[in-house]
Write a protein that binds this ligand. Sequence first.
Ligand code: ADP
Length: 502
Amino acid sequence: MGFADWPAGPAAAQRSGDASHPGHDHAVQFYESPEYLSAVVADFVIDGLARGDSAVIIATGKHAADFSRALRDRGVDVEAVRKAARLTLLPASETLSRFMTAAVPDTRAFDSFIGKVINRARRASTSGAVRAYGEMVDVLWRVGNREGAIALEQLWNGLEHRGAFSLLCAYSLKRFSHANDFEQFRRICDQHSRVLPSENFSTRDEAGRMLEVALLQQRAKALESELADRAALTEELRQTAQRERESRSIAERERLEAERARAEAEAARRVAEEANRAKGDFLAVMSHELRTPLNAIGGYTELIELGIHGPVTPEQREALDRVQRSKRLLLGLINQVLNYARIETGAVRYEMGDVVLDEVLVNCGSIIAPQLRAQGLAFRYSGCDKWLTVRADQEKLEQVILNLLANAVKFTERGGTVSVDVDATPSHATIRVRDTGIGIARDRLGLIFDPFVQVDAQYTRTRDGVGLGLAISRDLTSGMDGELTVSSEVGKGSEFAVTLRR
Ligand code: ADP
């Protein structure tokens, strides 16, 4: 029992080896059961009385009764020693109220009140020594006033230094049952010159204590590593939660971004559609407005040519002929612009069917024949399987082939050749329109399908066209789920290939 080691009075405190504070003994007893506490306090008091010391007990009501009973059980005539002032019993809460101001103890009030109590006890002693037991700090600790308790411990220390007496404090171990109580527990221990472990330890013999220390050490290690594991787990959870929050916010940002992009694209599409419709409407109206006076120009020119308004001289006839040619050219351009506008606005309907390719090509060949002859060009069509069909709108396919043939004629010098070949795979057929003409520079090849692009405006100026033929042809081909491509070499000729599904 802790009592066995108890240094009786200042002399014993010196024996106990507290070299830094001779005569100073401030011990703390941790306990688990009130019975053990009673026994310790009774031993502490009885041992003191036996040495001629006086004792002061400042305890809570319930403990005070327990201690008195324990003393009586051990044969102490409590009333007699109290009367002789060898034993002073004070209630903890009332005593605290003598010097506590708000949450902290007042030094002067403490020194004065407790000092008087100690001196009175000292006067009654025969040894001149006093031993005091107090549990006011435990009361403060229990109500959560930890700073107040530490401050009070310090005051006890101060008082004890001045008027040497031994002091015993007690704390219930259950006040420190959490892992994070360690620092506070340490602070309490640091306030005392001796720390007495609870009954689990103090009631054992030497071998038992060693075993207990070893077991406690193992348990502390295990707890420490469990705490570390727990801290790591908590940190991991925190990081996972953080990552989840972050990824949620990234996903949310991405979703909002995608939504915004979709909304913008949708708005842009609507604007483009609106603009396209407006352009189509404009071109349709303009074309109509231009065609009417053009037809009037043609009609009246024809009347003059027919001599309705009098005889026509050969010079006048030639001039009228030019007027008619220019009118036709202009009408052709207007029709092309209108055509393009209609395709662009998606107003064109495709009547898809199985189109016999040979028929289309023979037909186009005969339509283009007069121009070929006029330009002095040879035409070669090697023919193809009479049963070969492609998925197309026949009229539109003819329009595309005729446009390619017309370009071949336009851009091939007299004496050259224009040829048409077909090759087929099980799934597709390709029509190649070749010429031995001027060709197209490599860096311009990518542009010729854009509307209003003419590779050599100067060269083209002598020929019809506004640079819409290929744009229209590519649109029509892709409208039939096909592809129009080009390969060419300047000075050697060009090859336009239309590939369609079979
Ligand atoms: P256009 O013939 O009305 O100018 P196109 O869209 O049909 O317009 O052709 C665009 C341009 O591509 C032509 O102006 C010409 O420079 C070039 N091009 C088209 N076909 C050929 C060809 N067979 N040989 C050389 N250049 C060509």
